[in-house]
Write a protein that binds this ligand. Structure first.
Ligand code: FEO
Length: 231
């Protein structure tokens, strides 16, 4: 959480920020001001609800802030989608699949927290978008897991795009932060694909499906340290 406003020595950037603040207050109380990226002064864009002058090399540029917010909202959707899949497995009494998928959803919420913290740490502003409704019904457990795998591939694609974008901005702080997600996606894709492959082998064999359900029910709880540790 941001601390109370300090009163640092007036720099040209701070003077500029304060001028903008005064103009906004006088002309249009409550209005948000436009961020001036040339100053690296993220607070210029976020004066509503508390004006805090922040400047430095690690502040988020507006374009990167937007990208990280897109990722933040995608991770929220991931959790939403996986809870919908959990509910579907519950409806089939596949408790092991349900357990596995609910942990997957919890992992996504940790990814959400990680992005939330990082954006705030760099004086950005987290923006919540509407979360799209996920599907609620699938044809079979195999179709669910194929959808989960496809979704993870999409997330990987987006993460890679964000890394490339951060590199284009010379934003090495974002690159370093995103590397955690790059590595995480290898596992995310792999575990989903592993279950897809097993389900293909199982086919219509209900005994084998029962055994896989038992196996997935053994998945250990999500480790907060492992999932949400420092990137
Ligand atoms: Fe947060 Fe499964 O990607």
């Amino acid at each position: 959480m941001r601390g109370p406003t300090q009163e640092p020595a007036r720099s040209p950037a701070r003077t500029y920020c304060l001028t903008l603040r005064e103009e906004a207050d006088n002309n249009n109380p409550g209005a948000e001001m436009t961020k001036d990226s040339s100053l690296g002064c993220a607070a210029v864009a976020h004066p509503v609800g508390g004006f805090t002058e922040r400047k430095g090399t690690n502040l988020l540029k507006p374009e990167m802030e937007e990208r990280l917010n897109e990722q933040f909202n995608l991770e929220l959707y991931s959790a939403y989608l996986y809870y919908a899949m959990t509910a579907y497995f519950e409806s089939l009494s596949l408790k092991g699949f349900s357990h596995w998928m609910s942990l997957q959803a919890q992992e996504e919420l940790l990814h959400v927290s990680k992005l939330f913290q990082h954006i705030n740490d760099r004086a950005g502003r987290v923006v919540f978008n509407a979360v799209e409704a996920p599907p609620n019904v699938w044809e079979s457990p195999l179709k669910v897991m194929e959808a989960a795998y496809a979704h993870e591939c999409l997330v990987s694609e987006r993460i890679n795009e964000e890394v490339s974008f951060a590199l284009s901005l010379n934003d090495h702080t974002s690159v370093t932060f995103l590397q955690w997600f790059v590595a995480e996606q290898v596992e995310e894709e792999s575990v989903a694909d592993d279950i897809v492959q097993k389900l293909k082998i199982i086919g219509d064999n209900s005994s084998a499906l029962f055994l896989l359900d038992q196996e997935l029910g053994q998945r250990p709880a999500v480790s907060i340290d492992a999932e949400a540790g420092d990137a």
